[in-house]
Design a protein around this ligand. Structure first.
Ligand SMILES: Cc1cc2nc3c(=O)[nH]c(=O)nc-3n(C[C@H](O)[C@H](O)[C@H](O)COP(=O)(O)O)c2cc1C
Length: 226
């Protein structure tokens, strides 16, 4: 877990101001881009139609015994069976500051996660439901990474205490749609504790739903790049 993060390709963007990213020239950024890597970059303009894809699964719970992380692991495993690259980000494994809309964008960890998001074409976000919303760490991640989410295909895996919070992910989904024109996979995964036995996902329906979500993410992402 986490090892795929090292595959991140050279940085091309930084966050100069509130949630917004700016394309920098080579001389501005001090980073030189090799032509071989350019077509793999986060800027979709360079993606050829035969299509290299990178999928990113983000586990947003900060609970060491998180259930949404188990959902995320199942989805990540499914994405690893595709011919594309499956990358992994667990917010417990990286120390991110709270978004202050200013100096936070210069923090190396923030630039690292921004890059991972910018370089993915499809993203699965696994979230705990807190107070009828996603947890604050998920919201903070979006505040920190801003336009990296632009035009991405995004799907959700939610762990909750009860079924009555089913719609809770929608305001987060709406913010991605309105702010960044993310394309949301409309059918998301929602599981309460009955889907798990200890730290294992055991409900066959939820396992099926997680795999189906990963497959749908691939299908949407591929179709939108054609
Ligand atoms: C602060 C807090 C608020 C919560 N609010 C809700 C809620 O509004 N609706 C719900 O169904 N469960 C709620 N829960 C239960 C969590 O969604 C549940 O424990 C879930 O497993 C958390 O995801 P995680 O295991 O990945 O951390 C809350 C839990 C906490 C700690």
């Amino acid at each position: 877990m986490g090892q795929d993060r090292d595959n991140a390709i050279s940085p091309e963007r930084v966050q100069p101001e509130y949630g917004r990213q700016k394309d920098l020239t080579e001389s501005e950024s001090g980073i030189s881009f090799s032509p071989e890597l350019e077509f793999l970059s986060g800027s979709n303009h360079f993606l050829p139609l035969w299509s290299f894809m990178r999928y990113l699964t983000i586990s947003c719970s900060l609970n060491p015994n998180s259930r949404s992380r188990i959902l995320a692991q199942q989805a990540h495993q499914r994405l690893q069976t595709t011919e594309s690259e499956a990358t992994w980000l667990d917010l417990t494994e990286i120390e991110l500051p709270m978004c202050d809309g200013a100096a936070c964008y210069q923090v190396p960890a923030v630039q690292q996660v921004s890059r991972m998001i910018a370089e993915a074409q499809g993203i699965l976000v696994a979230v705990p439901i807190y107070n009828f919303d996603v947890n604050a760490a998920a919201k903070n991640l979006v505040e920190l990474t801003g336009e990296g989410w632009e035009d991405k295909v995004v799907g959700f895996l939610c762990a909750a205490g009860a079924m009555n919070s089913y719609m809770s992910v929608m305001s987060f989904a709406n913010s991605l749609m309105f702010d960044f024109r993310s394309v949301i996979v409309p059918r998301f995964v929602y599981a309460d504790k009955s889907a798990f036995t200890d730290d294992t996902l055991t409900d066959p329906k939820i396992i099926h739903r997680v795999n189906e979500l990963a497959d749908t993410l691939v299908r949407f992402t591929t179709a939108l790049k054609q």
